[in-house]
Ligand binder design. Structure first.
Ligand code: SAM
Length: 226
């Protein structure tokens, strides 16, 4: 399992892998529950504490747009989502229509590590760093788009929970390797989040919120130079 900040060159068109299938389950769950995943709700509360009202939000690696749509429901002016998976983006667009947010939300297929990203007040990567190998490219590109706030959730990498994450993600990767045709080379990662935090701080942010929730680290950073 990858435990360091990977510096491999980003693949411009990485396979969207299994996420279309995951996305359609996620969209169904979102329709039934009408609420985001527990970790997404925690991240939203931390973002709200920094102020979401009238902000523009980039939900990078948006999946079915859980965070983007919830941010709009909490008063954000606009929300844009980008994801590698065309199926996820279709589901996000349908959910935006169903919830009456289509005029304030855009969802597009793209690679957040290499595609040009428009500046947004808030940039969030919710459960995304663990699904992409070139975390330093993803960080560098997305930090350049962050106006006031930068946030992520990612698997904890230290202590007993870090060990648990490395084992469970390692088992998952063994399964992906066995079924490589279906998963198209996809692997999950437990990145070094201390290195991630250092990169965010070096880009001009300070940590405003940090917490552990089950297997996830939640971190929200605000700009120091505003
Ligand atoms: C575990 S899902 C999380 C989706 C959503 N953020 C959520 O929490 O419901 C990870 C998502 O990140 C997307 N992703 C991974 N690397 C990406 C990249 N470089 N650019 C855009 N999306 C990416 C995947 O396609 C996938 O939909």
């Amino acid at each position: 399992v990858e435990t360091h900040t990977a510096s491999v060159e980003p693949d411009e068109r990485p396979p969207a892998c299994c996420f279309d299938e995951w996305a359609s389950h996620n969209a169904e769950r979102a329709r039934k529950r009408g609420t985001a995943a527990p970790i997404t709700r925690h991240l939203l509360a931390a973002l709200e504490a920094q102020g979401l009202e009238d902000k523009t939000v980039l939900d990078l690696g948006c999946g079915t747009g859980d965070l983007a749509l919830a941010a709009l429901a909490r008063g954000a002016a606009r929300a844009d989502g980008i994801d590698l998976g065309a199926g996820a983006i279709e589901d996000a667009r349908s959910l935006a229509e169903e919830r009456g947010f289509a005029d304030r939300a855009t969802f597009s297929v793209g690679n957040g590590a290499v595609d040009p990203l428009a500046r947004h007040d808030v940039v969030a990567l919710n459960r995304v760093l663990c699904c992409y190998p070139s975390v330093d490219h993803l960080l560098a590109n997305s930090l350049g788009a962050a106006g006031d706030v930068y946030a992520y959730t990612a698997p904890i990498h230290t202590g007993p929970i870090g060990l648990f994450n490395r084992i469970s993600i390692g088992v998952g990767n063994a399964w992906y390797r066995l079924r490589d045709q279906k998963f198209q080379g996809f692997r999950a990662f437990v990145h070094d989040l201390d290195a991630v935090d250092r990169a965010i701080v070096a880009a001009g942010f300070r940590k405003a919120h940090g917490a552990h929730r089950r297997v996830w680290q939640v971190a929200v950073f605000t700009r120091t130079d505003v």
